[in-house]
Write a protein that binds this ligand. Sequence first.
Ligand SMILES: Nc1ncnc2c1ncn2[C@@H]1O[C@H](COP(=O)(O)OP(=O)(O)OP(=O)(O)O)[C@@H](O)[C@H]1O
Ligand SMILES: [Mg+2]
Length: 337
Amino acid sequence: MVASRTPDWSRVRLHVVTGKGGTGKSTVAAALALELAARGGRVLLCEVEGRQGIARMFDVDPLPYVERRIATGRRRDDHPPGSVHALHIQPEAALLEYLSMYYKLGRAGRALDRFGVVEFATTIAPGVRDVLLTGKLFEAVQRNSRNKGAIEYDAVVLDAPPTGRITQFLNVSGELAGLAKVGPVRNQADTMMTLFRSPRTAVHLVTVLEEMPVQETVDAIGELEAARLPVGAVVVNQVRPRDIAPADLRAALDGTLDAARISRDLAVAGVHDGPELVTGLVTEARDHAERRALEDAQRAVVAGLGRPTFELPRLPGGVDLGGLYDLAGILAEEGLR
Ligand SMILES: Nc1ncnc2c1ncn2[C@@H]1O[C@H](COP(=O)(O)OP(=O)(O)OP(=O)(O)O)[C@@H](O)[C@H]1O
Ligand SMILES: [Mg+2]
């Protein structure tokens, strides 16, 4: 494992996966869910950005606002796998559900929807949208056998908003500060914050080895810590293969690669393509070495954070469902328990 500290997440019930846009939040959240389900039990994978990324990754129909079993956990030799369920959390539906639960507004709730009140509430009132989303998330994590008919989950994984928004998103009390100072809403917000700040929650950060995403990771960790939210692991995604020896990388950078030797090796491999090919290869090797040097510098910054760290390779053909299971297996190999 690449980790500087081995994480023990056996008590974590809510895994929040954030990161700069496009680094692989959705991919990592899905792989994590498959791996958590490998030990048996049920895992709920949630998304809140209305983009149907889960349905796309798992190759199923767009998800309604209903929990749905979408996959079997990764198979291990020593354990029958559990299952992954998915939920696409929509603020409007969460509000209606909330109203019908607390005020028995079943039919009236639907009328509210018709009159556009729901849309009003979720587009106008700042912060309300996030509180509806986190409220549903909280409900799924806190569920127990008293909630008749509802599935109890061993873990909930959130494909979360990006690093720039994550602290505000989870800081429910702060969002509601101006709206509700006392009363039931305030109490519920405080109960939610207690969960989000407890060791039962872990906020994981996905990055790639480039300057901007790594810097965002550093900043986000600072913000999360300041808000007393529990930081979990850093997942370095899309890592390029590191199969060139350091001496060759140095030579590629210095421009001292041995062109004659490359020609000879090509000839041995049955390629007799002249000097342009060799020049092209030397240029490519230099680009690769430069990129590797930049990546290594960023890897050192990540290591300096002192957080448990996982590295996931860039899958050459992109990520299909099989690829998600492969990435889940790598998380396990690297020590995810
Ligand atoms: N390890 C990997 N190997 C190859 N391709 C990857 C890997 N991880 C992610 N990708 C690809 O990179 C793209 C972005 O990944 P993903 O959608 O998971 O990122 P994201 O952070 O959720 O993006 P967004 O901010 O748009 O929600 C996708 O096309 C995904 O298939
Ligand atoms: Mg995504």
